[in-house]
Design a protein around this ligand. Sequence first.
Ligand code: AKG
Ligand code: FE2
Length: 391
Amino acid sequence: MPSISRGIGNFVERKRVAKRDLNSRPREEKRREEEREREMAGPVREVAAPAAVKTTALNCISLSDPDINRSVSLLRQACLDSGFFYVVDHGISQEFMDEVFFQSKKFFDLPLPEKMKLLRNEKHRGYTPPLDELLDPENQVLGDYKEGYYIGVEVPEDDPQAEKPFFGPNQWPSKDILPGWRRVMEQYHQEALRVSRSIAKIIALALDLDADFFDKPEMLGDPIATLRLLHYERGEYFTNHFCKASNPVKGIYGCGAHSDYGLITLLATDDVVGLQICKDKDAQPQTWEYVAPLKGGFIVNLGDMLERWSNGVFRSTLHRVIVDGQERYSMAYFVEPSHECLVECLPSCTSETNPPKYPPVTCAAYLSQRYKDTHLDLTSYHERQTREEQT
Ligand SMILES: O=C(O)CCC(=O)C(=O)O
Ligand SMILES: [Fe+2]
């Protein structure tokens, strides 16, 4: 298992190893070869769903708690311990959360060719099919089995901001197919941003900064905030012999081990257990613990940018998803600052004896590299389409 990359330099280095492999044998080709091998070997044994899995205890922060000192202390402790905590009383109603999940399911229920019409574009908006992403190349054979849908900040085509990476118009399923879908997703995006800003205030206080530290224009003024709908299928994919149940021994995961890239992630899940965290990414062997779903609440985790800002005091935590034969839906809301934001060690997190551990990096440059390293090159889809059209 890789230890998590500490600077962008290390990250690039680790991924370069994976890239070399991809270059010598294109991933699409490797994928087919693996499929053939699997067919020959017969179905992969399904890992039985754990009857009663042991889950880790996480601190729970209520956003309506009038005692801000208690919230700050709970959050600080969580950030030092696991980098994961629950957030409740966030002001998004259970009915609305249910509606977002319902709409998400409706999209993933569409036939694959329909979803492929909305394949993610170079701005990272739209549909990501299974195996589009490879988060942990050292331990995964093909890629993540989840499928997803990216929805970012809606920026019209003619807005000068649309020239920036990650900004531009979203891709929306046609109203005839999914009426009301866009409205629900846009509302959820806005609500999740509001919740994120409230959490960022508590994080700032926990780092001995002013409460509005992350509210500055270059921080969460014009953030790169991305909603990603996720679906972990239970069944089979590509061929009848190809089982998608996670099997760590064989390098099959719903979502491979990784840490998120930005400030924080707000994760909403259905009630199917599957998320695992590794509190100490440097320990060998690594210990993985399940996180229990919390109906109506968010599971919040810290991203790599916060680890960099805080000079490693608040750590981004390695996590992954094991799908044990049950279909699962989740929604991740990734909160990243504005494009030009320089992520560098905060004055409150360094001293003469504790110099900055990471070089400063702009948000857009850092994110672009991370997306490039983990997602399939879009040209491989175009090549496949051309091949299919020719045959
Ligand atoms: O689906 C989940 O529970 C986690 C997804 C995740 O970690 C991610 O998309 O970054
Ligand atoms: Fe994640």
